[in-house]
Design a protein around this ligand. Structure first.
Ligand code: ACO
Length: 399
């Protein structure tokens, strides 16, 4: 930069890329996306294969450690995560302190951040064993905190983890168990939720992952860095789009009103929620898988009338020049909210579910960032457009 600086008060050359549309902030070996061809791979494995054959905990292992585990490693990993599903009893008191109607995502941001005060050993981020321990703790505890945040907001008593169940089965139990009797998850819904978690597990430098990396670059513990990721996900432009889809479908109200709605979108009244993506300029590969899951789930729960509206919207939009020319296709959010709703999750919980799925992505990216010797504290520059130097003026002399 200095070489092209032409005078002392000149900044030299700065790249200006708001929203990082064309700026890579890191090197990464975790997730590959080809938006034009609709390709998503974790550590080289196509998302379609992982959704078909893997489990969420196995995919988490893959993202964090770089390879699929053998049977022994998978069993040990599963045991280790289960070992960390409980929370300190003081955290329950902390949870109880939130207002009765607090948003579960706000509770999650606060309680994940609070975990750093329970585990001061997490500050030792240069210690590989400590990093591994914090990663296991976070993956184990996030579903517990998530379910507690829901039950708190509903005024229901908390449910202890049932570690004989799968990762997703245990989460469903902590969410929906209403009696002393053991909760037996519906296997179709349990598998569907597990696959939804797999599909959300990583997506390279999205807003929340970028937040985790940026905050983590200060050297802070992973609980605080992940709380920053949760905070980013709380925003409607990131974790809230599937809720917006449901609200849009409810507003449309019936299949015969779809053409009129599409016409109004084309006239500029608003966006077709769940359509379009910054990176995918083709069908989002996750949306294809989610659409299939939606039918499987509705076989169990009964078909939502909103599904028919969504199908009609997709059909019309995919044949319409406005959407074709702008390369607008359904994204991951178009059908996911419908599935969550059919499973019994309230809309407030949608971003919380996203956070549970994204946790291995955040942690693998944080861990990669910490180990990357090229990395420095995230500290972008700015293009200053303010005043030049001027002298302070006494208050009674100001114009
Ligand atoms: N409905 C109608 N038109 C759209 C839509 C949409 N969903 N998305 C983009 N467009 C149009 C824009 O109006 C623009 O048209 P123009 O060229 O005539 O002005 C053109 O397509 C390009 O739009 P951009 O805003 O430049 O595209 P960008 O890549 O910045 O936006 C985004 C991507 C934010 C996802 C956008 O498609 C959108 O708002 N979609 C709806 C919200 C949504 O579903 N978000 C979830 C994303 S996935 C996730 O976060 C997990």
């Amino acid at each position: 930069f200095r070489q092209i600086k032409v005078s002392d008060d000149d900044f030299g050359l700065l790249g200006y890329d708001p929203g990082f549309l064309n700026t890579a902030s890191c090197k990464s070996s975790i997730t590959f996306i080809d938006g034009d061809r609709g390709i998503l791979r974790y550590r080289g494995y196509p998302i379609e294969q992982l959704a078909e054959h893997s489990t969420f905990l196995e995919t988490a292992y893959l993202l964090i450690k770089g390879e699929l585990p053998d049977q022994e490693r998978l069993a040990q990993w599963t045991y280790n995560i289960r070992h960390h599903t409980m929370t300190h009893s003081n955290l329950v008191k902390f949870m109880d302190g939130f207002r009765y109607d607090a948003h579960p995502m706000g509770i999650l941001v606060g309680t994940v951040g609070a975990l750093s005060t329970f585990y001061p050993d997490a500050k030792d981020i240069g210690n590989v064993d400590s990093r591994k321990l914090q990663i296991r703790r976070l993956i184990g505890k996030i579903p517990t905190l998530a379910a507690m945040s829901f039950r708190h907001s509903m005024g229901f008593p908390y449910v202890q983890p049932d570690n004989d169940l799968s990762f997703s089965g245990n989460f469903l139990s902590m969410m929906f168990r209403m009696t002393e009797l053991r909760y037996t998850p519906n296997p179709v819904l349990e598998r569907a939720l597990d696959v939804l978690f797999i599909l959300h597990a990583d997506h390279e430098q999205n807003c929340s992952t970028n937040a985790v990396r940026a905050v983590g670059s200060s050297g802070v513990d992973p609980y605080t860095a992940v709380a920053a990721g949760c905070a980013a996900l709380y925003g409607p432009k990131h974790g809230g789009a599937n809720e917006a889809v449901i609200r849009m479908l409810m507003e449309i109200g019936s299949v015969d009103r779809v053409p009129e709605f599409i016409k109004s979108v084309k006239a500029g009244s608003g966006r077709l929620m769940g359509f379009g993506h910054r990176v995918y300029k083709n069908y989002d590969p996750r949306a294809k898988i989610i659409k299939k899951i939606a039918f499987e789930v509705f076989e169990e729960t009964g078909r939502s009338p909103l599904l028919d509206i969504a199908l009609e919207l997709e059909k019309i939009a995919l044949e319409d020049d406005y959407f074709i020319s702008r390369k607008l296709y359904p994204n991951v959010d178009f059908y996911s909210g419908l599935i969550y709703q059919a499973m019994g999750f309230p809309m407030d919980m949608f971003p919380v579910l996203f956070a549970i799925g994204r946790i291995p992505g955040w942690l693998s990216q944080w861990s990669e960032h910490v180990r990357d010797t090229d990395q420095k504290i995230a500290r972008p520059r700015q293009i200053y457009l303010g005043e030049g130097e001027r002298d302070w003026v006494a208050v009674d002399s100001r114009p």
